[in-house]
Write a protein that binds this ligand. Sequence first.
Ligand code: NAD
Length: 282
Amino acid sequence: MIIDGKALAQEVEADVKPRVEKLAAQGIVPGLATILVGANPASEMYLRLKHSACSRVGIRSENVVLPEDIHEKGLLDKIQELNNRKDVHGILLQLPLPKHLDPRKAMMAIAPEKDADGFHPCNMGALLLGAERLVPCTPKGIIYALEKLGVNLEGKEAVIVGHSNVVGKPLAAMMLNRNATVQVCHVYTKNLAEHTKDAEVLVVAAGVPGLIKADMVMPGAVIFDVGINRVGNKTLGDVDFDAVKDIARAITPVPGGVGPLTVSMLLAQTVEAAEIQSGKKY
Ligand code: NAD
């Protein structure tokens, strides 16, 4: 089975709309502000997708463009200004930043309750402690898809390839929160295939096209290919899709898999942030 990320994203949007309407009834229009520093065609393309998704569900969105050579204080002041604005409920700092800026410092400046990407240490720490509030969008999308597929993670062997702060680490925490047995592999892992062959659920976020071959996969595995790799004029994932699709029980394509789901989760996160700011309790 090919997991249709676009169809799942539409379901997320349908879930989000009534929450937006409920907020509207309280006089609140959820607002997302994205920040782009400098010109970056890939970032600009991702931001366009995010803003058009916002407009489909009634989230007000704005893009703040800062000059490439902005100094740290200028960026931190802008974040503070957005933190203080009542009409901005979610703030997303588009990465990567130019080299002279420290992304960690900038992300820590975002108010935790407005942290649409879920990267703030308060939100990451809460996630690790089992309280999932605002969490990173890609892992949230993968967990959503597993639930929709009827895959209960409890007791499952889950293997994640890639240990980034954006995907691998938060996903490992989310899977542990659901009582999976989790292995996290990375570039220093010896014998990657020995690990990936254990996986009933395999998530690959390495950024290496075709890293996972057919002989590295357990028959019947559910596979999420997070990788986005431009090779010539094609976009390829980290999994050798054609060879693996007949072995897997279910697999996401690239493009059209994890990408659209990630964008839809940003909408859910922005609405969640607006709900938190309007007094939602945990
Ligand atoms: P990253 O680029 O920060 O780090 C890559 C990770 O993969 C590291 O943990 C590294 O150790 C591991 N790795 C690299 N080569 C490896 C190898 N040969 N064997 C095993 N592990 C290896 O990670 P990221 O930011 O999570 O991005 C990973 C990929 O996912 C990229 O292609 C990125 O574009 C894509 N991505 C897609 C989405 C989406 O929405 N679809 C979201 C985030 C990232």
